[in-house]
Design a protein around this ligand. Structure first.
Ligand SMILES: N[C@@H](CCC(=O)N[C@@H](CS)C(=O)NCC(=O)O)C(=O)O
Length: 226
């Protein structure tokens, strides 16, 4: 059975869990990282010398790096569905997964930390505004792509869309300035209607570090959909 290490509210664990949910894979998940700790033990470091989550073990085969795990699971269980069949469509899906990490992830995660994971009295408004602008600029580029097709790699939902799920859920939930990006909003509607998204991505995160930690200890209090 597939084993997964990582607290379920971690930004890099959620895409893996969403993929697992979409693909209907049976799994056992271990709560490690964040307030659960456990990333600096010899046993965990033997799995992932970086001491980060997510990590999976599949029949003795160990893998880390969230997008690599998503690709591996889609190749094995979702060829022709989540993993596009043609080389070109698959390359486009890869391109958007890479772009997520190279361009969208940093402003998104820095913004999330600057708001939710920082005490309200210590929040830096200028930095929050600058990060919001950078993130909005990146998402504006997605708007152009989504004017061409319903999903990033074409007309159907694929692995390309998966890394963006946690980002979009938090983006549309945070109290920030958002420009009008109608195609992005429609895409988010389509993604957030998926049961596996509701189970694994729509995890409440509270409004400050204390609420964040309380929800984390409660297993992020379940998805909103079920
Ligand atoms: N590039 C890696 C980043 C892994 C990473 O930084 N994971 C974070 C959680 S999102 C982590 O392990 N943080 C330490 C912790 O949760 O205690 C990936 O995509 O998997």
């Amino acid at each position: 059975m597939l084993e997964i290490w990582g607290r379920r509210n971690a930004s890099n664990v959620m895409p893996v869990m969403w993929a697992v949910g979409e693909l209907g894979i049976e799994y056992v998940r271990h709560d490690v990282g964040g307030s659960f700790g456990g990333l600096d033990t010899p046993a965990f470091l033997a799995l992932n010398p970086n001491g980060t989550i997510p990590v999976i073990e599949d029949d003795g085969f160990v893998l880390w790096e969230s997008n690599t795990i998503v690709r591996f699971l889609c190749r094995r269980h979702g060829h022709g569905t989540l993993r596009p069949e043609s080389d070109q469509a698959c390359a486009v899906a890869d391109q958007w997964m890479e772009w997520f990490k190279s361009t969208a992830y940093r402003p998104y995660i820095d913004l999330f930390w600057a708001i939710i994971r920082t005490e309200p009295a210590r929040r830096d408004r200028q930095r929050i505004a600058a990060l919001t602008e950078t993130l909005n600029g990146a998402l504006g580029r997605l708007e152009g792509r989504l004017a061409e097709s319903d999903y990033l790699a074409g007309d159907t939902f694929t692995m390309a869309d998966i890394p963006y799920g946690p980002l979009l859920y938090r983006y549309f939930t945070l109290d920030i300035e958002r420009p009008r990006l109608p195609k992005l909003a429609e895409w988010y509607e389509r993604l957030s209607g998926r049961p596996a998204f509701q189970d694994h991505v729509m995890l409440p995160f509270g409004t400050d570090p204390e609420a964040w930690l309380r929800l984390e200890r409660q297993g992020a209090a379940g998805g909103v959909g079920r």
